[in-house]
Design a protein around this ligand. Structure first.
Ligand code: AMP
Length: 249
């Protein structure tokens, strides 16, 4: 079984982002970039399936600038077999990403695509769902457990009321939730070995896809700074303040 894992290069989750003074976006100059954390979970899950003998090839794919090669190398060092970079400097919305991934799926013919549930830069939570719709494949989103047997994927999903279990015939699209697994660290020997693994680059024009954005960002702004809190000395004082100053009771 072939697995395809789309991974996005995003601002590292530890970075406190700064908004550009003209409000046109987030300042990415000299900012640490990393693999989207949910995509690391997707790569880890794919490797575990391969280690259990349920898959024989893991292909990671990233859509973005040339620097995404670094992110793909990280996935190869974790244990992916092969990488594909669809190189573009264009801003890609989830629909454009899903359409491009559909083309990669047609070329690679994986039985399972495992994506992150969301990218932590745009927090869209759309690409996996859109890809499943475009492919007309079943989808198991927000997976916290995944089992594969007899041509079916059994996905446990975290929903408001508890856990839901779905059985999907393959091929299928899965998106990962935080509790699915804990991704492994890459060791130095694996980082060195990963340099020899194949990494193909495609130009976006090779894929003949309409990637024009459907929405326009009006303005990006930093959240209002919060006022400092105060310490009260008694429950009575707290109730008075909530009633008279905050006017919430
Ligand atoms: P989103 O819908 O933007 O929140 O992204 C959900 C998931 O789609 C991510 O966790 C990735 O697995 C995948 N994805 C989104 N954008 C890209 C990209 N530029 N390259 C590769 N995978 C992506």
């Amino acid at each position: 079984m072939k697995l395809l894992v789309p991974i996005k290069r995003v601002v590292d989750f530890t970075v406190k982002v700064r908004v550009k003074p003209d409000g046109s976006g987030v300042d990415l100059e000299n900012v640490k970039m990393s693999m989207n954390p949910f995509d690391e979970i997707a790569v880890e899950e794919a490797i575990r399936l391969k280690e259990r003998g349920l898959a024989n090839e893991i292909i990671v794919v990233s859509l973005g600038p040339a620097a995404c090669q670094e992110t793909l190398r990280t996935a190869l060092a974790m244990g992916a077999d092969r990488a594909v970079l669809v190189e573009t400097d264009a801003e890609l919305e989830p629909l454009a990403v899903a359409k491009l991934l559909k083309q990669i799926v047609a070329k690679e013919e994986p039985q399972l695509v495992i994506l992150g549930k969301q990218a932590i830069d745009d927090d869209s939570n759309q690409t996996g769902q859109m890809l499943a719709a475009l492919l007309d494949w079943p989808q198991g989103t927000f997976a916290s457990k995944l089992e594969i047997a007899e041509g079916k994927a059994t996905v446990t999903r975290e929903i408001d009321g508890g856990l839901e279990t779905l059985e999907l015939p393959l091929p299928a699209v899965i998106t990962t939730d935080l509790r699915l697994n804990e991704p492994r660290y890459t060791s130095l020997p694996n980082i060195i070995k990963a340099k020899k693994r194949p990494l193909d680059t495609l130009k976006i024009s090779d894929l003949q896809t309409d990637i024009a954005p459907r929405s326009k960002t009006q303005k990006v702004g930093a959240p209002q700074p919060r006022k400092a809190g105060i310490r009260v000395n008694s429950v009575e004082e707290l109730v008075t303040k909530l009633r008279e100053e905050a006017k919430v009771i």
